[in-house]
Ligand binder design. Structure first.
Ligand code: URA
Length: 211
């Protein structure tokens, strides 16, 4: 697994406001959107491109364009949905699939309750969106899901990660170069309810309100 922690004062500033319990949902949503756009820049560093011939007003030259098949962006419902616009802003031609995953609050295991993805992901670069990498169970299940359908590589974009969750992902995927995790920060630990500390609370609730 390749881990990239965004080390940038703007990321740190926006994350600090996001963590603050006094930050209300409208600001929270806006900050998530902005942070994901910054993370998307790093997450797409290895996106596949192919060369293309073009003609500028001055001369013929070559450049690059995103290669086929198009990348697939997969928000994990529900909180990952809050990251979708920020990601597709930089990857507007990507396709979007959806995975509904929830952790069982007692066993803490990931349950897949919705799947709207192509069956065949052969050769596709996939970008998983999940704000909180806590126990790692959901992310490992989602990575397995995509790789089992033939995904070429998977990059998870998360806002915060706990060391425990990163260790679980590392243990599951080992040193495979086709799995990457891009995060804004790695926090201290998980508490006994598997919340990230200091964290930002329940990302889904803070984005959308408690249901
Ligand atoms: N999910 C969240 O929304 N927050 C946490 O701290 C952990 C998991």
């Amino acid at each position: 697994m390749r881990l990239h922690v965004a080390d940038h004062p703007l990321v740190a500033h926006k994350l600090t406001v996001l963590r603050d319990q006094n930050t209300a949902s409208p600001t929270f949503r806006l900050l998530v959107d902005e942070l994901v756009t910054l993370l998307a820049y790093e997450a797409t560093r290895h996106v596949h491109v192919e060369s293309v011939d073009i003609v500028t007003p001055v001369t013929a030259t070559t450049g690059v364009k995103l290669a086929d098949p198009r990348p697939l962006v997969v928000p994990i419902l529900r909180a990952g949905l809050g990251m979708l616009d920020g990601m597709t802003r930089l990857l507007p031609t990507a396709e979007v699939g959806f995975l509904g995953m929830q952790r069982d609050e007692e066993t803490l295991e990931a349950i897949t309750y919705a799947n709207r993805l192509p069956d065949d992901l052969s050769g596709r670069q996939c970008f998983l969106l999940d704000p909180m990498l806590a126990t790692g169970g959901t992310l490992v299940a989602a990575i397995d899901f995509l790789l089992a359908r033939g995904a070429r590589d998977v990059t998870a974009v998360c806002l915060l990660a706990a060391p425990e969750g990163l260790a679980v992902v590392e243990q599951a995927v080992g040193d495979r170069a086709d799995v990457s995790v891009v995060v804004a920060a790695v926090d201290e630990r998980l508490n006994d309810k598997a919340y990230i500390v200091p964290g930002l609370g329940d990302a889904g609730d803070r984005l959308y309100g408690v249901v």
